[in-house]
Design a protein. Sequence first.
Length: 393
Amino acid sequence: MDAAPNAPISTDVLIVGAGPAGLALRRALDRLGIASLLVDRHAAGLNTSRAAVIHARTLEVLEPLGVVPALLAEGLKTPDFCVREGGDLLLRIGFAGLPSPHSYALMCPQNVTEAVLAAGLGGQNATVWRPARLVSFTEVPGGIAADLDCFEAGPRQVQARWIVGCDGARSDVRAGAGIAFEGGDYAERFVLADVRMDWPLPRSEVSLFFSPEGLMVVAPLPGGTDRYRVVATVDDPDPDVTPAHVQTLLGTRGPRPGTAPAIGELLWGSSFHVQHRLAAQVWKGHALLCGDAAHVHSPAGGQGMNTGIQDAVELAAPLHRALRGGDTGGLAAWAERRHAIAREVVRTTDALTRLATASSPLARAARGALLGLVDHLPFVRRRLAVRLAELDR
């Protein structure tokens, strides 16, 4: 961990979790001159790519933080989102006409996004502690008192006026605040693989494939013209993510049924269960929640990391008003707005996932007819593009 004092520390905001939401909040607070302590249980940022798309609205809210040029330099602009079933194109949603200076989806692996957001926060900055785990916190007059386990560095105590949980689906902040996490689990398991392969479709599009076996997303990644992200649902409770397994998925669900591009290299792979859950509230006492601590859902549409970053950046200004002038009206408005947005994101991604995993012949035929109709309605396709880009928020 970066240097941490042995004595208790006082700060305005204790941020738990140095993923994209926590890092974005820290940068936004720094910009406003608000003292904060950022802690994370990992000694360094994770080197896996997980989320891989940054939408237009997220780039807009990140503009004031000065990180967008670096993200654009690292990422790959993709102007199209296509829904396919085998070799048939069911729906093409184009981002080129978006009402935004960022009329595309930016493919950028999460570890790269985190590195860009973290630039300048480490090194000699003693208010970034790694590794450090939140053990517990209690409400005290005017804020919270927290106990941290800094592993080899030992226990630490922190007093803060606010604590913000950016610590994921198993949030210790949410649990400590006694906030329920309501929802359920999907029956399917997801596999994720970053591969090098000769893919037959243009690198200008992210492709969502429907098939009786389940959904699959294939998206281009920066770092080489043969680098792609594959995400798919599987029934196997403990899948072995190998090049052969990914090739089978591509062969049964991809644009050329019965054949699959040869996987040149499996760069990284994992499998995970997905939940659809929503925190009962995102503000309780002096505790606030952002990102996966407040909402988790299907990766369909690439909404998770984006919604979390927007939660965090939009929190900075009302926190500033609460800290400097005692006005919590902005926090109340933020909490209501972000909770409503999270509810809609969970509902939308759940509907998209259930639509994509429909397996009965009747349901698949109805789905194809519906998407075919939408594909012939430009105003509907535009609304869908705006929603995927999160510009309706």
